[in-house]
Design a protein around this ligand. Structure first.
Ligand SMILES: *Cc1c(COP(=O)(O)O)cnc(C)c1O
Length: 374
């Protein structure tokens, strides 16, 4: 499908068509650099999650800064990343179904690919597909460390599945996947510490149990933007997979650090650019970014640059803003930057990143791995 470009290189920001997905390139580069330096200084591998940006261009920047590879959540993401030049992909998720498994095995010809499992039948299906292809697929056992999403329980069930993997021709057991998503968004620092202490304990006990049965874990991987320093300091994890840090969002802006202040190591670099379409009442304005331009599952976007405007309601193509007394001068045609509530699903709605520096468009990058989970 051919999609219209929202801008041309060199365009001034005021001439970018809306709604557009803007990236402040200076802020993005500082965020990328900060996480890369953190991992290097902590002596831990960094494998950023590409489900946030869905862009091979950005993945290559992460790799150039020292990342060992990237994570993907779906086959179509992995394909887009590998087509764009990424050579090491962990699918931090289960790949189920014949078509997807065949595509997964096909990727082994082009990149180092590893995948997570939490089911014996899935292990058998991966093993036969890998054997048919004369390949070796690296496999991690995902353990449920509190998110109650995918993953077998830690301990004995993980040992049982790891045993199956080690005995399955065409598969190689690599270690444990242990990610607690909800823990990333516990607002207070003590709560996040407590949640990750339990994650670490589950990982350690499972690792030791497997070791006692002669199955060493080479990799213990997990962590996101909200908790990565804790996994890094655990002495148990040897790989971090944060995703949102490069963009940030309104949900992460609600996290607090130990002294109660806002968490501030990463800057907001992602915005949805929107135009005021209507001013039919004295207290409201309507903008052209609604549900089809913004992921609102983690709350409404914030309005950047302007205090006193609240984004209160999203419908398909409209967003309603509540105006304070001193912001009632906004007029149709005015452009605003919104801070998305949740960065990943927002990115997924757009075809292009409009990267800017000093108010000029410097880069147009396709969101090449967007779309549903096929
Ligand atoms: C989303 C996700 C991440 C990254 O989390 P952020 O909060 O975006 O940093 C890491 N690992 C897995 C398995 C994920 O699903």
């Amino acid at each position: 499908m051919l999609t219209r470009l929202p801008a041309a290189i060199g365009t001034h920001l005021r001439d970018v068509d809306t709604p557009a997905l803007l990236v402040d390139l200076d802020a993005l580069e500082r965020n990328l650099g900060r996480m890369a330096r953190f991992a290097q200084q902590a002596g831990i591998a960094l494998r950023p999650h590409a489900k946030t940006h869905k862009s091979a261009v950005i993945a290559l920047q992460q790799l150039a800064l020292g990342a060992v590879g990237i994570c993907c959540q779906k086959i179509s993401e992995a394909e887009a990343m590998i087509a764009g030049g990424v050579r090491d992909v962990l699918i931090s998720n289960q790949i189920v179904g014949r078509q997807k498994i065949e595509r997964l095995i096909g990727l082994i010809d082009f990149a180092h690919v590893s995948v997570c499992v939490d089911d014996a039948d899935n292990v058998a299906a991966l093993s036969s597909a890998s054997q048919l292809h004369n390949a070796t697929l690296d496999v991690l056992v995902e353990i449920n460390v509190g998110a109650n999403r995918c993953g077998v329980p830690p301990g004995e069930p993980a040992l049982e599945l790891a045993r199956l993997v080690t005995r399955a021709p065409g598969l190689r057991f690599m270690g444990l996947q242990a990610y607690n998503g909800p823990a990333q968004h516990i607002h207070d620092d003590a709560g996040r510490r407590q949640a990750i202490a339990s994650v670490v304990q589950h990982c350690q006990q499972t690792r030791d149990l497997l070791q006692q049965h002669g199955i060493p874990c080479r990799v213990i991987t997990g962590a996101g933007t909200g908790t990565y320093p804790l996994e890094a300091a655990s002495g148990v994890f040897n790989e971090l997979q944060p995703g949102s840090y490069l963009f940030m969002d309104a949900a992460y802006a609600r996290n607090r650090c130990a002294d109660g202040g806002p968490v501030s190591e990463f800057e907001q670099s992602l915005f949805v650019y929107t135009t005021v379409m209507s001013r039919v009442t004295a207290h409201t304005a309507v903008v052209d970014a609604g549900l089809k331009a913004l992921g609102v599952d983690a709350g409404m976007p914030l309005v950047a640059d302007m205090a006193g405007i609240e984004y209160v309601k999203a419908s398909d193509e409209h967003g309603t803003l509540k105006l304070s007394a001193d912001t009632r001068g906004v007029r149709p045609g005015d452009a605003l930057r919104l801070i998305p509530g949740n960065c990943d699903p927002t990115v997924n709605l757009h075809d292009w990143y409009v990267g800017f520096r000093n108010d000029r468009v410097e880069a147009l990058w396709p969101v090449s791995a967007r779309g549903p989970g096929y």
